[in-house]
Design a protein around this ligand. Sequence first.
Ligand SMILES: [Zn+2]
Length: 236
Amino acid sequence: MKDQIKVLVKLQHIDTETVRIKSTLNDVSKKLENLDYSIKEIEETIKDQESVLNELKKQYRDYESDVKMNLAKNKKSQEKLRSVKTNKEYQSLLKEIEDVKSKNSLIEDKMIECLDRMDETEEIIRKKKDEYLLFSDRIKIEKENIEREAGIDKKKLEELNVSKERVSDLIDIQLFKKYCVVKEQHQGGLAVVPVKDAVCHGCNVNLPPQLYNELFRYDSLKFCPNCHRIIYLKEE
Ligand SMILES: [Zn+2]
């Protein structure tokens, strides 16, 4: 029984390790996704700012053509000025020219504002592009690390599978079945636990003295009366 318990503990260790590595491997795709998500966020910001910049450029061109149109209009009015007959006509034409001039001056203010905003947006894009380059280099390295570690874990998992087969062959089938049942009862947690100084290490409850004494005999499989796990004597 002592040897069987030893093998069982070994099997349990293999199972625990297997679960741990599998959960690490499960996290791999999530980690990779998170990295992709962060870089996508920067990409989106660049795209958004580029469309803002295009809008500003379009707006600027519109202003430009308005100014040009107004200048042409005023040029025509200036020519007309020479041929007007009455004072009243002259005055009203002058006023029209002044109005168009002040309109243009307002548009030019807006153009300056527009240029400032274009500069600011270009600066944001430039910074985000730098950030993107730095970040994509970092992500490349991080991804390589994650994938390398995953490769190591996968290899470990294969080794554990081989060990499990080897160890399982050494265990009595009835004992193995018991182990599986107890493990199932504890949601895949520990099924075999040591007892030290009469205390079960599965639930930290004291064993009855008689059961504790029986453990020293190793003549049959023993269970903790409290947590129902398979117990064995922890030897220093
Ligand atoms: Zn217990």
